[in-house]
Write a new protein. Structure first.
Length: 206
């Protein structure tokens, strides 16, 4: 099974669908794809992010930016555990940097990735028992019709998803500096949700 997962991950890293055969009505990815993910048959925690940004596209390593520093702080772990595939799987909704919009922000994750690869990857890692669903795209995929109309409502109802079985889900905002204002407006995220997140991570990271 480990070999099958490695072969699947290799196929993901070689994928050029968004550049060569993009979805209907989609413009091709304007730069060379560089799929970024971290998987293993041992990790019990999966980080379901959105898509790599410019720094991650350059490094080829997930969350090598200030948002990664904040995420690790939220989880209560350091880089050694974070980048150990036996401890954490990192599977974004879009594997490649999608480019920038007119205002300089990241575009949404490419829609080609999830239908092609996500279900296969989830099936190949049945040991995962906790998913950190970062942002609305990940929350929609992992929660389906249980997702609330807004990200704030979804995250505010985190206890409902935390009790899901067989895979518990914790919905989260993106740890980007752009969400600092959201964190100030929603202090319950740090006071109520983060202690539970840190306890879960501590219990599952051996």
């Amino acid at each position: 099974m480990e070999q099958a997962l490695e072969l699947l991950a290799a196929r993901v890293r070689q994928c050029r669908t968004c550049r060569d055969t993009p979805g209907a009505g989609k413009q091709p990815l304007p730069h060379e794809p560089r799929p970024v993910l971290q998987v293993s048959r041992a990790a019990r925690i999966m980080i379901a992010g959105q898509a790599p940004g410019t720094r991650v596209h350059a490094s080829g390593k997930p969350f090598t930016d200030p948002s990664g520093d904040r995420l690790r702080d939220w989880m209560g772990i350091g880089e050694d555990d974070f980048y150990n595939p036996d401890q954490l799987a990192i599977v974004p909704m879009g594997f490649c940097f999608p480019g920038l919009d007119a205002k300089g922000g990241d575009l949404p994750p490419r829609t080609e990735c999830a239908p092609l690869w996500r279900e296969q990857l989830m099936q190949a890692m049945p040991q995962v028992t906790l998913v950190l669903a970062i942002g609305m795209y990940a929350q929609k995929w992992h929660m389906g019709n249980q997702q609330k109309p807004t990200l704030t409502e979804t995250v505010r109802n985190w206890r409902q998803y935390h009790e899901m079985t067989p895979v518990s889900v914790i919905p989260m905002p993106h740890p980007s500096w752009r969400n600092t204002g959201w964190l100030k407006r929603n202090p319950w995220f740090e006071s109520d949700l983060l202690p539970v997140l840190k306890a879960d991570v501590k219990a599952l990271v051996s």
